[in-house]
Design a protein around this ligand. Structure first.
Ligand SMILES: Nc1nc(=O)c2c([nH]1)NC[C@@H]1CN(c3ccc(C(=O)N[C@@H](CCC(=O)O)C(=O)O)cc3)C=[N+]21
Length: 284
C-alpha cells in the first residue's frame, strides 16, 4: 500500500483563490486588508519566510506593510514598531517574525500587540480565546493541518490523534482545536518525557509529528491506513528533513509531503486570519 498525498501546495492554492474573492468583496466596501511583518535582524531563513508572506499577499490582493530593523535594534525600538502597527489603520493584522535576535525578549513584544491584529493566532489573548471557545484568530499551523485533513476527506470526528511535540506553535495548541465539538477528536500529546512513544503511535488514526526530531516516526510504529502529518523542519546539507521516516509512506493511508505539505498551509492560514479579522471588523 502506498499512502495518498495530503497535497498542501495544491490545497493552499485553492484556499488562496477563495480568499481573493473575499478580499475583492471587502474592497467593494472600501476595506483593504493589510498584512504587516516585523523582521528584526538579517537571518536569511527569516527573511525568506517574510518575503514569501508578502508574495502570498500580492497574489490574493492583500496590501503589504514591511518593517525591518537591524540586529542591533533595542527592545524599545522593536516595541515602538509594534505600537506604530497597532495604531496604523492600514495594517489590519501583523506578525513579528520569530525568533527575535539574541538579547531581545519576545514575550513583552508579543503581549504589546493588539490582539485583534494578531495574524499568527499566538497572542496570549488569542490562545485564551481558543481555550474559552471565543471567536478569534487561530494558530496558523494547527488550522492548516485541520483544513488539509478536511479537504482530503480524512475523518477527524472520533479519531484517535497522537501529537508529537509540545511547542507553542503546534503541539501545545492543536489539541484545543481538535477537541472542540466541531472536530471531536481524542488527542494524546506526546513529548520527550513520554515513556513509550511506539505504544501511543500504534493506536493513532492521525499522527501529527511536530517534534523537530528527524525521522522520529518509523514505519513499524504506524497503524496501517493512518494519516500522518509531517510538520518537522530539520535541515541536513541544505535539504529539509522531516519528523517522518520515508518508509512510513508504505504503511500510512495518507501522508503530507515535506516540503509541500503543512508549510504552504501555514502560509495560507495566515492570509485567512488577515481576511477574517478584516471581515470581523466590518461586521461580515
Ligand atoms: N511569527 C512567526 N510566525 C510564523 O508563522 C513563523 C515564524 N514566526 N517564524 C518561522 C516559522 C516557520 N514558518 C514556516 C512557514 C511556511 C513554510 C513553508 O511554506 N515551507 C515550504 C518549503 C520551505 C523550504 O523549501 O525551505 C514547504 O513546506 O513546502 C516553512 C516555515 C513560519 N514561521
Amino acid at each position: 500500500m502506498t499512502a495518498q498525498i495530503l497535497d498542501g501546495k495544491a490545497t493552499a492554492a485553492a484556499i488562496k483563490s477563495e480568499l481573493s474573492v473575499r478580499v475583492a468583496a471587502l474592497k467593494e466596501r472600501g476595506i483593504v486588508p493589510g498584512l504587516g511583518t516585523v523582521l528584526v535582524g538579517d537571518d536569511p531563513g527569516s527573511r525568506w519566510y517574510v518575503n514569501g508572506k508578502h508574495k502570498d499577499c500580492a497574489e490574493v490582493g492583500i496590501a503589504s506593510i514591511q518593517r525591518e530593523l537591524p540586529a542591533t535594534a533595542s527592545q524599545q525600538d522593536v516595541e515602538d514598531v509594534v505600537r506604530e502597527l497597532n495604531a496604523d489603520p492600514a495594517c489590519t493584522g501583523y506578525i513579528v517574525q520569530l525568533p527575535l535576535p539574541k538579547g531581545l525578549d519576545q514575550n513583552p513584544v508579543l503581549e504589546l500587540m493588539d490582539p485583534d491584529k494578531d495574524a499568527d493566532g499566538l497572542h496570549p489573548t488569542s490562545l485564551g480565546r481558543l481555550a474559552l471557545g471565543i471567536q478569534g484568530p487561530l494558530p496558523c499551523t494547527p488550522l492548516g493541518i485541520v483544513e488539509l485533513l478536511r479537504r482530503h476527506g480524512v475523518e477527524i470526528n472520533g479519531a484517535e490523534v497522537v501529537v508529537l511535540g509540545r511547542g507553542v506553535t503546534v503541539g501545545r495548541s492543536i489539541g484545543l482545536l481538535l477537541t472542540r465539538k466541531s472536530e471531536n477528536a481524542t488527542v494524546t500529546l506526546c513529548h520527550t518525557g513520554t515513556r513509550d512513544l511506539a505504544y501511543h503511535l500504534r493506536k493513532a488514526d492521525i499522527v501529527i509529528a511536530a517534534a523537530g526530531v528527524p525521522h522520529l516516526v518509523k514505519p513499524e510504529d504506524v497503524k496501517p491506513g493512518a494519516a500522518v502529518l509531517d510538520v518537522g523542519v530539520s535541515r541536513s546539507e541544505g535539504k529539509i528533513v522531516g519528523d517522518v521516516h520515508p518508509g512510513v509512506a508504505e504503511v500510512a493511508g495518507w501522508i503530507s509531503p515535506n516540503p509541500g505539505g503543512v508549510g504552504p498551509m501555514t502560509r495560507a492560514m495566515l492570509l485567512n486570519n488577515i481576511v477574517e479579522a478584516a471581515e470581523r471588523r466590518a461586521g461580515i
